[in-house]
Design a binder for this molecule. Structure first.
Ligand code: ARG
Length: 575
């Protein structure tokens, strides 16, 4: 139920005036529900804008709103608020209907909009590291959420498979006369070679020239280079697949549409941009100068699409990709889950594609960047020796830590259960700790906090869920045969209003691509429920209260389960 938007719309209708622009109506939840469940907060602003006295305006709103079914009581509150109490019968009715629905669903729009979500998208010359966690799991949660609210979601793993990293590896192996050994190299060996090649590339002009040569060869389908290139990618993809499976990521092979996918489009786009006089050739390089973006020297920003005799660069690939997504895939919206350092890159790509008419204003493009994971000392999260932490190692560690935690609580648990449970708990913990932070800011990664039963953690939510399951089990009889909910105290009403807000939160989170809003919500729901559980009798209460409280508990369990599911976190029925 989008309760606040219902209240807003109603009020909007009441105050509507011809020739006056609509004003945003602010409805907030009251902290203390004794003063009303919701509050109209900007009465003063409305009266000013519509030129009606406060008194007249509030009288009008109160009079018209009090006839609505949804409202029990509505009153003015000093200095200039209106407090709204929801109707108990209406609320009960809503809960009873929700209870009967098998699945938690959203009302879907008739015409499905297409959203492309570009996430994870790792570079194929090295294994995934902790820096890939955020894009992978926030992107995946958003994909689940968008699908849930009715979008046609196209997940895309735009892997980095067409840049000069492959030219570097080949050039380095050729230089060391080790190219024949390529198939014997492990991922970590390859990565070491890539690092060494990168250092050489920075200081050795001749080597740089070779790198360009091999990268261009790959891009032009040269047979022997292509084979090596394919092999490196296969090796990395295999490892990444393992990681996705462990992390419960919905990306499949068919979602891999990497840079190289656009290769046939690139020469034509280059030509077209030159013909349209958007790109120019300067010293052999093909460049677009953008008037509205300045570089550090204050001159028009130059975006290089291709260097003289060099391979196609990252920028032109993304321009082609944008065109493809708009013209062929017919996307209404594209969301990029890519780290904040690429903000300018996306801005440039967007401007060029727009200039060239590859896209129009109809498409919405959003770069959902995110902050970094930091250590307790506020520095980037790295190993003791200062190396980047591999994502696979982080996952393994989380599983091990969860194992130790479980064994502390339950020494007799059988091995099979222990293995299953430690995966759910360990992986759930790292995912939740990341998803529960606002993606825009950096956050400190702290194992103790992540695997704690207290605070906004996955363990706390899971624990509440299990508590509800065992309560319902204890009841022994079928709760679906019970009579309907009838609310009798303020705590029950408070919980009911929280239940009511679920869909509103989902919509809000989908709009901003911020799953942490769902985390905050299910955490609040869990803690309000826990207080309720400790304060009130449930199974030992009188019959009417027992029914209501059991059913409310059931509904909360249903929401917690759905919430975790939308975040891509597996749930456990025991601990
Ligand atoms: N491969 C890039 C990287 O590792 C991210 C790609 C993001 N997506 C895109 N369409 N550029 O930084």
């Amino acid at each position: 139920m989008k309760i606040r938007s219902i209240l807003k719309k109603n009020i909007e209708k009441i105050i509507k005036k011809k020739n006056v622009k609509k004003i945003k109506i602010i409805i907030q939840k009251n902290k203390n529900i004794k003063n009303g469940h919701y509050q109209l907060n900007n009465l003063f602003q409305i009266s000013y804008k519509y030129k009606i006295s406060l008194k007249k305006l509030s009288k009008k709103i109160i009079k018209k709103m009090s006839t609505k079914k949804i409202i029990e009581k509505i009153e003015f509150s000093e200095p200039c608020f209106i407090n709204i109490f929801l109707n108990k019968k209406w609320l009960e009715n809503y809960l009873n209907n929700f209870f009967l629905k098998k699945k938690v669903i959203m009302k879907k729009k008739k015409e499905k909009k297409i959203v492309i979500i570009d996430y994870s998208s790792p570079n194929m010359a090295k294994s995934m590291h902790v820096g890939h966690l955020r894009s992978t799991i926030i992107g995946d949660a958003t994909a689940r959420i968008m699908k849930f609210i009715g979008y046609k979601v196209i997940r895309t793993n735009h892997i980095g498979d067409f840049g000069n990293q492959f030219g570097m590896i080949i050039a380095y192996l050729k230089k060391k006369k080790k190219i024949h050994k390529i198939k014997k190299l492990s991922i970590s060996n390859l990565e070491k070679i890539y690092c060494k090649a990168k250092t050489l590339h920075k200081k050795d002009k001749l080597f740089e020239h070779k790198v360009n040569k091999y990268t261009t060869k790959i891009q032009k389908n040269d047979k022997s280079c292509y084979k090596i290139w394919k092999y490196i990618i296969k090796l990395n993809l295999k490892q990444n697949k393992k990681i996705y499976k462990l992390l419960n990521i919905t990306l499949k092979d068919k979602n891999i549409v990497g840079e190289s996918f656009y290769k046939n489009m690139l020469p034509k786009i280059l030509k077209d941009l030159i013909n349209k006089k958007i790109a120019v050739i300067k010293n052999g390089n093909v460049i677009v100068f953008l008037k509205d973006i300045k570089n550090r020297q204050g001159k028009n920003m130059g975006v290089i699409l291709k260097k003289e005799n060099g391979p196609f660069l990252y920028s032109i690939i993304d321009i082609a990709c944008l065109k493809y997504r708009y013209k062929i895939l017919k996307a209404n919206k594209i969301l990029y889950y890519v780290d904040s350092r690429q903000k300018q890159h996306f801005n440039q790509v967007y401007k060029i594609a727009k200039k060239a008419n590859y896209i129009t204003n109809k498409i919405k493009i959003e770069h959902h960047f995110f902050g970094m994971m930091l250590s307790k000392n506020n520095r980037p999260f790295k190993t003791r020796s200062g190396n980047t932490i591999k994502l696979y190692d982080l996952i393994k560690e989380s599983i091990n830590r969860a194992k130790i935690l479980i064994l502390k609580k339950n020494k007799k648990i059988n091995k099979n259960c222990l293995n299953k449970l430690s995966k759910i708990i360990g992986i759930g913990a790292i995912k939740y700790s990341d998803l529960s932070r606002n993606r825009i800011t950096n956050y400190i990664f702290d194992w103790d906090q992540i695997l704690s039963f207290e605070g906004n953690t996955s363990l706390y939510i899971q624990y509440t869920y299990i508590r509800i399951l065992s309560l319902i089990k204890k009841y022994k009889k079928n709760i679906f045969k019970l009579k309907t909910i009838s609310l009798s105290n303020a705590c029950e009403i408070n919980l009911s209003i929280k239940i009511l807000e679920f869909k509103e939160i989902i919509l809000k989170s989908s709009k901003s691509g911020k799953p942490h809003l769902i985390c905050s919500y299910i955490y609040e729901l869990s803690s309000t429920y826990s207080n309720f559980y400790e304060k009130y009798k449930i199974l030992n209460a009188n019959k009417k209260k027992k029914i209501t409280r059991l059913k409310i508990s059931y509904l909360i369990g249903k929401i917690l389960k759905k919430g975790l599911n939308l975040l891509g976190i597996k749930i456990t029925k025991f601990m």
